[in-house]
Design a protein around this ligand. Structure first.
Ligand code: TNX
Length: 507
């Protein structure tokens, strides 16, 4: 009996050891079996079975990773099987067998997640895969990256590349920061003057037409990536003021910024024309973007101009408000009316000194050192939140002390640091239940091209994806990362995705 027990233990530990998980974010449950499947079977597989037409775009995506190598002699089959009842839209199961692989899913989202796991298994392993069963479900439903084409423009093709890279690691939202002091990047048909002046970079107009944006949205949807727009208000708005200087409290001959910083010139809250043009803009954009979420910014707006503005003063009095922070809340509420009419949920960079936000708002905790305070305050009130903590999520910050920093004030946010991100900040469930997920931000002041954006994204986006997908005790450890990172970096190289080589982990 004892010997039998030892044998079982030996066998169990052998099979557990036999193949280490390489997939990121790490799947919740994996059971390994003893069969082996040459990776080439998957790479050249040409037998596909789909329950439904909806999988067609996903099959195209899978084939794009096979590198045109399909071989009709290969009888190995890949089957997508839709289940009628399923616990979570994003959950999936994979049965990886010697004759076929079955991906079980409830919705297209889950099918994409399962397929991305399979693609990673196929690309990360050199020779053979062990037969296995994977069951997986995300911790959070919102796992986003933000890019900043307002500061440095990125083309639609470059954004598509970002979408492909993100999808591999199960990010499901790409947030586009579309306006700032350095530019305005989305066409507004009712106000063509906005991009006419607001999008110019070195004499050339750089913006997305609405048709291009639709194309990107459709492309990303195939990868189960939702495009979330941001129009930042009332600060970070020089991109609008260059064509509408009359909307500033102190009109001037505004010029687009070419360097970083926070502008004192913000949109005037006492001028009715401000509300009118924003209404025109938002009316168009809420229809253009199918996402139910719409980011309205709200960050870093110094209120100095409002405090010295006659019109803002009059508005304050007329509304019987006491502080300019209250006027700020009023301003956000007014702009949210367009969103509310279209059943869209506004998102904001939460500022602790602003007394109130629209009642259905999603608030980001982002300021360094403030996450716990915000979670405690908003969590109790049941406000939906997104974790974008300065300590872990600012991918414009350098990745290592010896790296060239974009700006001297930026703290290092190392790969190792990102592995430690608990979006709950160890706070009790009573305060963290409304956390929807996480977002890392590629602020663009110092990232002039997609290469730099990708370099700052990877490999930190791997542990960050686990902050969104895995439970605290199921994440890949730093030691495990040291083993599997070379495989991922090799895959990223093959896919033409830039990254920073985290050599310090191996020193
Ligand atoms: C703060 S984070 C900003 C951005 C800058 C970034 C630079 C936030 C809501 N606002 O405007 O690009 O810092 O790291």
């Amino acid at each position: 009996m004892q010997i039998f027990g030892i044998l079982i233990l030996l066998f169990w530990s052998y099979s557990a050891m036999a193949q280490q998980n390489v997939v990121v974010p790490k799947p919740q449950w994996v059971t390994y079996h003893s069969g082996r499947i040459p990776v080439s079977k998957l790479l050249t597989c040409s037998q596909f079975k789909l329950d439904e037409e909806e999988i067609a775009p996903l099959l195209r995506i899978f084939k794009s990773y096979q590198n045109n190598a399909s071989n009709s002699q290969n009888k190995y089959a890949l089957v997508w099987e839709k289940m009628k009842t399923w616990e979570n839209d994003e959950a999936y199961e994979i049965l990886l067998g010697t004759q076929r692989t079955v991906i079980k899913y409830g919705t297209y989202a889950g099918a994409v997640n399962g397929t991305m796991t399979l693609i990673q298994l196929m690309l990360l392993h050199d020779e053979a895969l062990q037969t296995q069963v994977i069951k997986d479900v995300p911790r959070y439903g919102f796992r986003a990256l933000m890019v900043d084409p307002a500061r440095h423009f990125l083309t639609v093709e470059e954004l598509k590349k970002m979408v492909r890279a993100m999808a591999l690691y199960k990010y499901n939202a790409l947030h586009l920061h579309l306006n700032d002091d350095q530019g305005w990047r989305i066409e507004v048909k009712s106000h063509p003057e906005i991009v006419e002046k607001g999008s110019v970079v070195n004499g050339e107009k750089k913006y997305y037409t609405q048709a291009e944006m639709k194309e990107l949205i459709a492309y990303a949807a195939d990868y189960h990536v939702e495009i979330i727009p941001e129009i930042d208000l009332p600060g970070h708005t020089t991109g609008l003021l260059v064509s509408h200087p009359e909307l500033a409290c102190k009109p001037a001959d505004f010029k687009l910024w070419t360097d970083a910083g926070v502008s004192e010139d913000i949109l005037c809250a006492g001028n009715e024309d401000t509300y009118t043009i924003l209404k025109d803009i938002l009316e168009e954009l809420v229809v253009l973007f199918p996402s139910e979420k719409f980011h309205l910014g709200g960050d870093e707006a110094p209120l100095k101009r409002w405090e010295n503005c006659v019109k803002c003063g009059e508005k304050l009095k007329a509304l019987h408000l006491k502080t300019y922070q209250e006027l700020f809340s009023y301003f956000l509420n007014c702009n949210n009316e367009v969103l509310a009419k279209h059943q869209k949920q506004p998102m904001f960079w939460y500022e602790l000194d602003i007394p109130s936000y629209p009642k259905n708002a999603i608030c980001y905790y982002w300021r360094m050192g403030k996450s716990v305070e915000v979670i405690q305050k908003l969590g109790k009130m049941g406000v939906p939140m997104v974790g974008s903590s300065g300590e872990f999520s600012y991918f414009d910050y350098p990745q290592y002390a010896k790296d060239k920093s974009n700006a001297s004030w930026m703290p290092v946010t190392s790969f190792e640091q990102v592995t430690k991100y608990d979006p709950n900040w160890q706070q009790p469930t009573s305060q963290t239940q409304t956390i929807l997920g996480v977002e890392a931000t590629l602020w663009g002041e110092y990232l002039p091209h997609i290469q730099e954006v990708l370099y700052m994204t990877f490999p930190r986006a791997l542990p960050f994806s686990e902050a969104g997908w895995c439970t605290e005790n199921s994440k890949t450890t730093l030691q495990q990362y040291k083993n599997i990172l070379p495989l991922h970096l090799k895959m990223l190289t093959q896919l033409g995705i830039h990254y920073r080589n985290p050599y310090e982990l191996y020193e």
